[in-house]
Design a protein around this ligand. Structure first.
Ligand SMILES: [Zn+2]
Length: 170
């Protein structure tokens, strides 16, 4: 199961959203219809991608929307926008692609720049990172050891991610 699917099923335990799942919190986030696009009205990354906070991490909103609509995805695949609006979370405007396709897309559209693409996102932990953290934690590796490979986040964040997803999936 991919990291986003796991995250979406976790029940929030603190704060004003306590008792909701992250899937419900995501669906409750305001959006705005713009033509055929759906603008994310939650927080955004500096590069305009929608941002969804869960489990102490920041997730790409369009990727979460894709998983909610189509089901689990391969963590190594990118979700590309067909409409070219980074803030759009309409699942029908997205498709799965590889990093190479993402680069090809950008070149074809003549707008290749460092801020383009999920790989250049500001997320501290990517969904691939989260998958790897959970896998290593399940395999018995200590949080301190895992944290050594992710200095960009606190060890507490590693702990929250690993333990919540572990509990969720047994
Ligand atoms: Zn769109």
């Amino acid at each position: 199961m991919d990291a986003i699917t796991q995250m979406l099923g976790v029940i929030i335990t603190t704060g004003k959203n306590a008792g909701m799942t992250y899937a419900e919190k995501f669906k409750a986030t305001p959006t705005e219809i713009v033509g055929e696009c759906v603008r994310w009205r939650g927080r955004t990354f500096q590069n305009e991608y929608g941002k969804f906070g869960a489990l102490g991490c920041e997730w790409l909103a369009h990727r979460v929307a894709y998983v909610l609509h189509y089901g689990a995805i391969d963590d190594s695949l990118l979700i590309l926008h067909a409409c070219d609006n980074k803030w759009c979370i309409n699942p029908k405007h997205m498709r799965q692609g590889t990093q190479q396709e993402n680069i090809d897309d950008a070149v074809n559209r003549k707008r290749l720049n460092p801020a383009f693409g999920e790989a250049a996102g500001k997320a501290k932990l990517s969904s691939i990172d989260v998958s790897n953290i959970v896998r290593r934690y399940k395999a018995g590796e200590s949080q301190t050891s895992i944290h050594a490979d992710y200095p960009q986040v606190s060890q507490k964040q590693i702990s929250v991610v690993a333990r919540q997803l572990q509990r969720k999936n047994g």
